[in-house]
Design a protein around this ligand. Structure first.
Ligand code: SAH
Length: 556
């Protein structure tokens, strides 16, 4: 995404951005918010914002957490205000921050129960120019993700947002554990009279009190109600009832903050509109063991189908042993008749090296060949359409296609295919450090000149991310996916030995026969093997397994 320049020393506008991060789903951050984060020199952020938003920032951005943990405030609001002003002043004094800004990142919308209004006032008083980038507030998004429209022509034309976190509640408990401490006195008689849709924020603890007050104020005890916890996250949980039953139902389901409560007839449409929680992999947690670069593509497919994805990269792509040789070959790529890639990693490593060398698409060889659809796709993603794509991952098919494409006929009679060869044709193979020689042999046999250059090597990382280890230890994983024999072997190596048995207890999905064989020998035989031996095939298998479970549950 192109960077939007922010603060400028000549005309310092704007210096700060009060940004709403939305309710948690990464996709629900606005484009303007993402641009502000990419320009941020400093980000002051709260607890509820999805931590992965911070990946949108430059690596040198200063990231300051000021959220609240149960009952314990990291910083008081006054301290947060003072820090905001100080960071902005620092930026304004300093020409090196040209084009950057201070982002105050808040969950949902900054002006809805978020104290964003107060922080804006403080900035104005301090003479600091700012912009406000609204976010999607939890009360609207949370309802929508639970299949509840906050307004509907058949039921209501009003929606009221209320903080359920009140000063005068019977317990007197006004801790900030559920969110910001916006404390208000609510007129329940007026709410009961208005009816329509009522959306309570920060009201989990006070739910029995809130619903009782509405009933006492004359609201029909059968009014539908829903509580939505962790809305828009893969862990979203919704409990439905009436204002009479909802408090007890929420307690039984162990609903904790953050949650919103929606009250009103609109809740009844959930039966028809519950799109998020009915997605085929909703409620399933899947561990992805591919490299970090490749995990995101697989992960995105699974997330779209409703799964919670935990990444546990068991392979790292690192620079080749002879980096200079790789750079020299890449620099001279244009001198070759054809460059051959045998993996997506080869393409991406080459592209990274090209960028470091300030080369671009014009510096590729005249011909480009790829083995496998994933390699071809990686080339497409950098704007290069390969001339030759072979399906065969072993190389023989590619060799014969290359001969077809680049071959010369050494006999006078052009119909004599058998004598086709590649004499005088220069090939550059850019691939992994350890690769099978079949392709090189074949090309040389056809008289081609071949330079075979490793552009990357794979490595086993030292450890797994903590989130992955905990998920394996706690048994919260439904599936562990293995996309190659090495992902299985490497997981066995890096996983602490006392957790090997825990992997045996999860369901394990293999991409194909070679991987399954490796899994068998490690004592982790696959629960299922993909029929089609690629990522879409694995996704398809997970889907059909999920359908089986559903069918068993419903007895169909
Ligand atoms: N500015 C935020 C609200 C902050 S108050 C916004 O506009 O959404 C914090 C409260 O917001 C929580 O107690 C909860 O009621 C609600 N909330 C925030 N994120 C939520 C989520 N993902 N799911 C359910 N409720 C959420």
């Amino acid at each position: 995404m192109a960077k939007t320049p922010f603060f400028n020393i000549e005309s310092p506008y704007p210096v700060a951005a009060l940004v709403g991060a939305g309710p948690g789903d990464f996709g629900l951050m606005t484009i303007a918010g993402a641009k502000a984060l990419s320009a941020a020199a400093v980000v002051i952020y709260d607890a509820l914002a999805n931590p992965s938003f911070l990946t949108l920032c430059d690596s040198d951005a200063e990231l300051i957490y000021v959220g609240k943990r149960a009952r314990e405030h990291t910083l008081t609001q006054e301290e947060i205000n003072a820090m905001l002003v100080k960071k902005c002043r620092n930026l304004m004094k300093n020409p090196e921050y040209e084009g950057r800004c201070v982002v105050r990142l808040k969950g949902g919308d900054p002006f809805v129960f978020g104290r964003g209004g107060e922080e804006g006032q403080v900035l104005t008083e301090a003479g600091i120019p700012f912009i406000v980038i609204p976010g999607i507030t939890a009360g609207i998004a949370g309802a929508a993700y639970a299949g509840i429209p906050v307004t509907h022509r058949d039921f209501t034309s009003t929606v009221t947002f209320i903080t359920g976190h009140q000063r005068e509640v019977a317990t007197g408990n006004a801790s900030g554990a559920e969110g910001d401490d916006e404390v208000s006195e609510v007129d329940y008689d007026a709410l009961a009279k208005l009816g329509g849709t009522l959306v309570f924020y920060m009201g989990v603890k006070n739910l029995p009190d809130i619903t009782q007050r509405l009933i006492t104020s004359g609201m029909d005890a059968n009014t539908p109600a829903a509580v939505v916890r962790m809305a828009t996250h893969p862990e979203q949980q919704t409990v439905v009832g009436t204002i009479k039953t909802i408090a007890e139902a929420a307690q039984k389901a162990n609903i904790k903050a953050p949650a919103i409560t929606v009250i009103g007839k609109v809740v009844s449409v959930r039966d028809q509109l519950n799109w998020f929680e009915t997605r085929p992999l909703f409620g399933q947690t899947v561990l992805v063991t591919r490299t970090r670069q490749q995990a995101s593509e697989f992960g995105a497919l699974l997330v779209n189908l409703g799964a919670k994805v935990i990444e546990a990269p068991t392979i790292e792509i690192v620079k080749p042993t002879d980096r200079q040789a790789a750079l020299a070959a890449i620099r001279n790529m244009i001198d070759y008749d054809c460059v051959v890639f045998t993996s997506a990693n080869g393409v991406l490593s080459t592209w990274q090296a090209m960028q470091a060398l300030e080369l671009d698409g014009r510096d590729f060889a005249a011909g480009v060949a790829a083995i496998g659809p994933a390699t071809a796709e990686a080339l497409q993603s950098i704007g290069i359409t390969p001339d030759v794509v072979a399906e065969d991952a072993i190389g023989e098919e590619l060799a014969s296609e290359l001969i077809q494409y680049f071959g010369h006929n050494t006999r006078d009679d052009p119909d004599q295919d058998t004598e086709m060869n590649l004499s005088g044709t220069r090939f550059l193979l850019l691939r992994a450090e350890i690769a099978r020689p079949a392709l090189v042999d074949m090309l040389r046999k056809a008289h081609a000149e071949v330079d075979d250059v490793p552009v990357y090597q794979t490595r086993t990382p030292d450890s797994l991310p903590q989130s992955a280890i905990e998920a394996i230890r706690n048994g919260t994983l439904d599936w562990i996916t293995f996309t190659s024999a090495s992902t299985a072997k490497n997981l066995h190596i890096i996983l602490p030995e006392d957790l090997h048995a825990a992997v045996g207890k999860c369901k394990r999905l293999s991409i194909g026969p070679m991987t399954s064989k490796a899994m068998d020998s490690l004592g982790w035989p696959p629960t299922a093997e993909a029929h089609q031996h690629d990522i879409p095939g694995m996704v398809e298998t997970l889907l059909s397994e999920a359908l089986k479970i559903k069918a068993n549950r419903t007895g169909k």
